[in-house]
Design a protein around this ligand. Structure first.
Ligand SMILES: *Cc1c(COP(=O)(O)O)cnc(C)c1O
Length: 402
């Protein structure tokens, strides 16, 4: 009998934590001739896009758009708030918290980092101590990553606001929701977040290239006190545009706007609460499988407590180099691409090949998740990697019962 070269022919599946799977409807919306940027449909689309973005972020306040990735939103948010010498507090739970802090340092900020390591969420008591020690209120902002995509730890942003309030500390609360928006519940206004940054290529299901900074009136007051903000990063004309070019600080990311329009329609048609609920069931199915695999061999989940796990991404470990071997096998043999480990070990360190991640953000459904889990089970068997049994049964049970 003829043996197949591999089982990868067919539609491939990119299960990395961003960029996420692009809906065909988003891609179709982008596949068009260049639109006029001076009048017509694209110009008229902007107020609706702005309003619908705010509905996803659960804010009534302001949003500025940038033609750039998440790092651009990091820099944009900080550029409106910080002058050289200003102090920020960074409670880090992974590579992305550290990275936002480094962005602030590069802008001349004095960065105090509390590093909670790679497996624990923020400890609110330690943050309260740092705030209490800051008697002169030198800390101007707290930079908090909601879901750190490297470790897959989800932090309690609402509690962080309560800690700031209890300390009577006026620092702005800034949240990075680049991984979590549209996946894990996030309530900007209800939780008292002053500034929130996100990108378009994760829960928002648009190819990389746009990012967003949401800010409230407190943040706007802080911006007004700045001596100087660069023309390009200034959020004021972008959020309060009277001319189309002001939204984008120049030529608009035309096709991305069409993709974004469609993605927002998809989100609001489903309902944001339902979008969160879908991500929750799919994440619990993934965790059930991972917990079963973890009962034998070296398979392990990075975040022990489900309360601190994200619905968008799951960080996992095996014995090096098994994670790399598994990723290579499912990609080559099945057309399934899993995420590399990020920030868990330095590239070049042999232990780097023991980490990997699953992205389950955005345009993901039950059959995709079951297919991904089945692919991993196949890879573990093909490579004879010791693992616990019953993973697919456990996942199916979650899918079946919700
Ligand atoms: C993806 C991500 C970033 C970086 O976004 P880029 O678009 O790659 O610049 C920052 N923070 C978090 C939490 C992310 O998931």
């Amino acid at each position: 009998m003829t043996q197949p070269t591999s089982l990868a022919q067919g539609r491939s599946y990119l299960a990395i934590p961003g960029p996420s799977v692009m809906p065909d409807a988003v891609l179709r919306a982008m596949h068009r001739a260049a639109p006029n940027i001076y009048a017509g449909e694209l110009v008229e689309m902007m107020p609706g896009i702005t309003a619908d973005l705010k509905r996803v972020a659960r804010t009534k306040h302001h949003v500025a758009m940038y033609t750039g990735n998440g790092h651009a939103a990091w820099e944009a948010s900080l550029s409106n708030i910080l002058s050289p010498g200003d102090k920020v507090l960074v409670p880090a739970t992974g590579r992305f918290g550290i990275g936002w802090g480094q962005t602030a340092a590069a802008l001349g900020a004095d960065v105090e980092t509390i590093d909670f390591g790679k497996q624990s969420p923020m400890d609110m008591d330690r943050i309260a101590q740092a705030l209490a020690a800051d008697k002169n209120h030198a800390i101007k902002a707290v930079l908090a990553v909601h879901v750190d995509t490297s470790t897959s730890i989800r932090n309690d942003i609402k509690s962080l606001r309560e800690v700031l309030d209890a300390a009577g500390h006026p620092a702005l609360l800034m949240a990075d929701c680049i991984a979590s928006l549209g996946c894990d519940r996030f309530e900007m206004d209800a939780w008292g977040v002053d500034v929130m940054v996100t990108g378009c290529q994760k829960g928002l299901m648009v190819p990389p290239g746009m990012s967003f900074v949401f800010f409230n009136d407190r943040a706007e007051e802080a911006r007004a006190k700045m001596e100087r903000v660069s023309w390009y990063w200034d959020w004021t004309p972008r959020a309060h545009a009277t001319e189309f070019f002001q939204y984008h600080g120049g030529t608009a990311p035309t096709h991305h706007l069409y993709g974004l329009r469609t993605a927002l329609d998809m989100i609001h048609e489903e309902g944001i609460e339902q979008v969160w609920a879908r991500h929750s069931v799919l994440a619990r199915a993934i965790w059930a499988a991972c917990e079963a695999w973890s009962t034998a061999g070296t398979f392990g989940m990075n975040v022990a407590d489900p309360a601190h796990r994200s619905n968008a991404v799951t960080s996992l470990r095996l014995q090096s180099p098994q994670a790399t071997e598994l990723r290579d096998w499912v990609e080559k043999e099945l057309g399934l691409t899993l995420g590399i480990g990020l920030g868990m070990a330095e590239p070049g360190d042999p232990s780097w090949h023991g980490f990997f991640r699953l992205g389950h953000m955005g345009h993901v459904n039950g059959q995709m998740v079951m297919g991904m889990l089945g692919g991993i089970e196949s890879g573990l068997r093909a490579l004879k990697i010791d693992h616990g049994t019953g993973a697919l049964d456990a996942a199916a049970q979650v899918i079946a019962t919700g």
